[in-house]
Design a binder for this molecule. Structure first.
Ligand SMILES: NC(=O)c1ccc[n+]([C@@H]2O[C@H](COP(=O)([O-])OP(=O)(O)OC[C@H]3O[C@@H](n4cnc5c(N)ncnc54)[C@H](OP(=O)(O)O)[C@@H]3O)[C@@H](O)[C@H]2O)c1
Length: 240
């Protein structure tokens, strides 16, 4: 049964860089969090994956290329989750869509003229969902139509929340940078509405810890029982 799920949708790794206080960007949107060695490693990862995905706010904030530049390797398909087709025509992704495969998943609310403009620039645009993009359906579409077996989810945290909520993430790679930026409005590794109790959270199993340049890299498998984490805390507290 488990194997079947993987054939229907790609394996998904959420890669994220956070400050030591858990932020992926500052209150003003500065997301230059991790160091040079981590950036090189992320490019190496991209070259190992069939596709890399981001939410449209990350495109608007960072204007990323999402290609492989710092190492030798093939560019993955670039995927944007963008219900209303807000990805700008003059973004680097759209301007290079003629040479690097670029896919935008939007929904029924996307204006037809924006869809056409992006398609004319060389972007493959697909409507999947009524209001927001249906991420599970988009992943099945990526597997079926593009043969994507491995997807690198590069954020941001609002899109990542939808992936986690729907159980679509298999592993997490987190770079922790030796800096704290504070700010109650600064986004953390996972946004969205959040779970109200730890027992309902996404349990992670730590698989490796590594120092890379000035950062620490944690790797986790998604899975396990968040309930037992909460119980352990409860029983330690009652003994104390
Ligand atoms: N440090 C890091 O590793 C890292 C990585 C990436 C981003 N960032 C930072 O994170 C910030 C952006 O993150 P963000 O959380 O604001 O935005 P985001 O996750 O990049 O994009 C969220 C947007 O994606 C669209 N979307 C489409 N379908 C969705 C779905 N099913 N679920 C959720 N979203 C969906 C929504 O806009 P529509 O409703 O219009 O579709 C939503 O507002 C920026 O500051 C960026 O620099 C940091």
């Amino acid at each position: 049964m488990g194997g079947r799920v993987h054939r229907e949708r790609p394996f998904v790794l959420y890669n994220v860089a956070v400050t030591a206080d858990g932020k992926v960007a500052t209150v003003d949107g500065d997301s230059r969090v991790s160091g040079r060695e981590d950036l090189v490693e992320v490019h190496r990862l991209r070259a190992e994956f069939d596709a890399v995905a981001v939410g449209v706010n990350t495109v608007l904030a960072d204007d990323p290329m999402l290609n492989v530049r710092l190492v030798d390797g093939e560019d993955p398909i670039r995927v944007v989750f963008d219900s209303r087709c807000r990805t700008p025509a003059d973004s680097r992704l759209v301007k290079t869509a003629g040479s690097i495969p670029t896919v935008i998943y939007c929904s029924d609310v996307a204006p037809e003229d924006r869809v056409r403009e992006l398609e004319e620039a060389g972007v493959d645009v697909h409507r999947v969902g009524e209001e927001r993009v249906d991420v599970a359906a988009a992943l099945r579409h990526l597997a079926r139509e593009y043969g994507v077996e491995r997807l690198l989810l590069e954020g941001g945290p609002t899109l990542a929340w939808s992936f986690f909520k729907e159980g679509l993430v298999d592993e997490v790679r987190m770079a922790i940078a030796p800096v704290m930026v504070g700010g109650s409005e600064a986004p953390t590794a996972l946004e969205g509405e959040g779970f109200s109790e730890v027992v309902d959270g996404v349990a992670l199993e730590l698989t490796s810890v590594e120092k890379l340049g000035r950062d620490v890299i944690l790797r986790f498998k998604v899975g396990g029982d968040a309930g037992s984490l909460a119980e352990e805390h409860e029983s330690a507290r009652s003994r104390g």
